[in-house]
Design a protein around this ligand. Structure first.
Ligand SMILES: CSCCC(=O)C(=O)COP(=O)(O)O
Ligand SMILES: [Mg+2]
Length: 261
């Protein structure tokens, strides 16, 4: 039979976003350029607001942790010395954000700011979440079959909700039972998957995780989570060993649930 049989013990499907539900091109060509082009103006406009202050404070803490990295951009503490000081500080934050994005870093600090910046664009309808054509029909089918479906992405939970709540398919947030981001842990660490299972109230072996990134698949597998690697147009290529080792799917429609014929 064509497709991938989902083990009978699986009751939860956990989905990555970029490269799994959503083309990498949408994130890299639409969402990320929006941040790079607008971060300076965003900081100028929102600097005094509490949410923005917290974002900057988290970025500053991250910059301190990153100080040992090649090319790291520090964010000085505020000295309160007037307009020049403020402009220098904003510039440092802009440079830090650009530096982190040039490395496609998945820090909680960067992802939190990005989520806040995308909010206006999604709500105004300037940006709409995009999904591969098989995604929404498959998720509906899984839900009808009694599966729980969760999202686990490096994108902040707030950004995830914007993507699914303001999409080309309308508001499809109701299809998901919950969301996880890097606040629970990084996707390449197996402990994150144990914490996710605890939070859902199931065993790790009840979860099937779908992702495009083999490092994430490997971390999940180490925690006894079932995994399948999703191969989509525009995704990074896999080595021959990875192609042999992992169960691969090119569409969610290839998954065969235990009760499916
Ligand atoms: C609106 S979700 C933003 C996606 C994002 O910022 C990201 O880093 C995606 O990473 P993923 O873990 O989904 O591959
Ligand atoms: Mg991904």
């Amino acid at each position: 039979m064509v497709g991938l049989s989902v083990p009978a013990e699986v009751t939860v499907i956990l989905l990555d976003i970029e490269g799994t539900t959503t083309p990498i091109a949408f994130v890299k060509d639409i969402l990320f350029p929006y941040i790079k082009e607008n971060v300076q103006e965003y900081l100028q406009t929102h600097w005094e607001e509490e949410e923005c202050r917290q974002d900057v404070s988290l970025l500053r803490k991250q910059a301190e942790e990153d100080a040992h990295l090649d090319g790291a951009v520090p964010i000085p503490a505020a000295s309160g010395n007037g307009v020049d000081d403020l402009q220098q500080m904003i510039q440092a934050v802009v440079d830090n954000v650009h530096w982190q994005m040039s490395l496609d870093r998945k820090t909680t600090a960067l992802k939190q700011l990005q989520g806040h910046m995308w909010r206006a664009a999604f709500i105004a309808g300037h940006v709409k979440g995009e999904f591969f054509a098989d995604v929404v029909p498959a998720v509906r089918k899984w839900k009808a079959a009694g599966m729980k479906v969760y999202i686990y992405s490096s994108g902040s939970i707030e950004a995830q909700k914007l993507l699914f709540g303001h999409s080309t398919e309308g508001d499809i947030l109701e299809l998901f039972d919950g969301h996880f981001d890097t606040k629970i842990g990084h996707k390449v660490e197996s402990e994150s998957y144990r914490k996710i299972a605890d939070s859902i109230g199931c065993s790790t072996s009840n979860i099937l995780f779908l992702t495009d990134v083999t490092l994430e698949a490997s971390a999940a597998e180490e925690a006894d989570v079932h995994v399948a690697v999703v191969v989509r147009p525009g995704n990074a290529g896999l080595t021959d060993d990875e192609k042999t080792y992992y169960r691969l799917i090119t569409s969610f429609s290839e998954l065969r649930l235990p009760s499916s014929t």
